[in-house]
Write a protein that binds this ligand. Structure first.
Ligand code: NAP
Length: 257
C-alpha cells in the first residue's frame, strides 16, 4: 500500500521489507542512515528497543514508549513517532465515548496503543484482559499513560462484558492460520449490550470468526484494515511532510483476505 501511494505521488521511492535480528538493530539503523533512506517503519519485536536509538520522540511515541515510524532527518538524526495510536482511533472518532467502558483482549504491543487510544477517546473505564497474571499486571503498571486501566483475567471476563461499550481484540486468535478460532464464544458475545461495538485488529481474514459472530448478533463490527491503512497514511505523511493521496492505500489493501 505504501508503494501504491508513492507511485500515485510520482516519487522515485520504494518501500521494502527488511527483516532484522534484534542483536543487529543498531547496525541496521546505521545502515539505513548511511544508505540515504528517508524513513522506515518498525514492527515486532523492535518497537520498544528502537526508542533508545532515537534522537527525539514525538508525543505519541513518548506516551507509548514505543516507536513504529522513524524519519531520518536531512542531518541524519532520527525522529521516532507512533502512528498505531492514531490509526486505531481513526474508525472510532465519530462516536461519543465519554464515560463509556472499553474492554481490550490481550496485553501485548498493540494493546498498549489501543489502551492509550481509548484514553484519548474519553473512555471512563478501560479493562485489559490477559491470560498470564504477571504479564498482565506488569503491562498495566509499566506505563504511566495506563494509570487507572484495570487488569482483568480471562476467567473474569464475563463480569465486565454486560457493561462493555467497545470490545477490542488485540490477540492473534482468529488470524491466519487459526481462522476457525475466536477469542470469545457465542455465549460470551451474548453478554455484550446491543449497542456494543466489536473491533478486531486482525485484517486477515476479513471478517474474523469473532466479527462474523458479532455482526451476526447485530453488533457494530470494525476490522483491522482501517487501522492498518490509517497508521500507514500517517507514516507516509510523517516521512514526506505532505498528505497521503486519498483512498490509494485503502484500495491497495482491499485484495487482502
Ligand atoms: P503481541 O505483542 O505478541 O501481543 C499479543 C497478545 O495476545 C499478548 O498479550 C498475548 O498474551 C495474547 N495472546 C496470544 N495468544 C493468545 C491466546 N491463545 N490466548 C490468550 N491471549 C493470547 O502482538 P501485537 O503486536 O500486540 O499484535 C497483536 C495482534 O494485533 C496481531 O494479530 C496483529 O496482526 C494485530 N495488529 C493489527 C494492527 C493493524 O494495523 N490492524 C496493528 C498492530 C497489530 P501473552 O502476553 O500472555 O502471551
Amino acid at each position: 500500500m505504501q508503494n501504491a501511494a508513492l507511485l500515485e505521488l510520482g516519487l522515485d521511492y520504494l518501500y521494502v521489507p527488511l527483516p532484522v535480528h534484534p542483536s543487529r538493530l543498531e547496525t541496521a539503523v546505521a545502515g539505513l542512515q548511511a544508505c540515504g533512506f528517508v524513513g522506515f517503519n518498525v514492527t515486532i519485536p523492535h518497537k520498544q528497543a528502537i526508542t533508545s536509538l532515537m534522537d527525539r520522540l514525538t508525543e505519541p511515541a513518548q506516551l507509548a514508549g514505543a516507536v513504529n515510524t522513524v524519519r531520518i532527518e536531512p542531518d541524519g538524526t532520527l525522529t521516532g513517532t507512533n502512528t498505531d495510536i492514531g490509526g486505531f482511533v481513526q474508525p472510532l472518532v465519530n462516536s461519543d465515548w465519554q464515560g463509556k467502558t472499553a474492554t481490550i483482549l490481550g496485553n501485548g504491543g498493540a494493546a498498549l496503543a489501543v489502551a492509550i487510544g481509548c484514553r484519548q477517546l474519553g473512555f471512563e473505564y478501560i479493562h485489559v484482559c490477559g491470560r498470564d497474571r504477571d504479564r498482565l499486571y506488569a503491562f498495566c503498571s509499566g506505563n504511566t499513560a495506563l494509570e487507572g486501566v484495570k487488569p482483568l483475567l480471562w476467567t473474569e471476563l464475563d463480569r465486565v462484558l454486560p457493561r462493555t461499550d467497545l470490545l477490542v481484540n488485540t490477540t492473534p486468535i482468529g488470524m491466519v492460520p487459526t481462522v476457525e478460532e475466536s477469542p470469545l464464544s457465542t455465549e460470551n458475545l451474548s453478554h455484550l449490550p446491543e449497542q456494543a461495538t466489536v473491533y478486531d485488529l486482525i485484517y486477515r481474514p476479513r471478517p474474523t470468526r469473532l466479527l462474523e459472530r458479532a455482526i451476526g448478533r447485530g453488533l457494530r463490527g470494525i476490522d483491522g484494515l482501517a487501522m492498518l491503512v490509517a497508521q500507514g497514511e500517517a507514516a507516509l505523511e510523517f516521512w514526506l511532510d505532505r498528505p497521503a493521496p486519498a483512498g490509494i492505500m485503502a484500495r491497495a489493501v482491499q485484495t487482502l483476505n
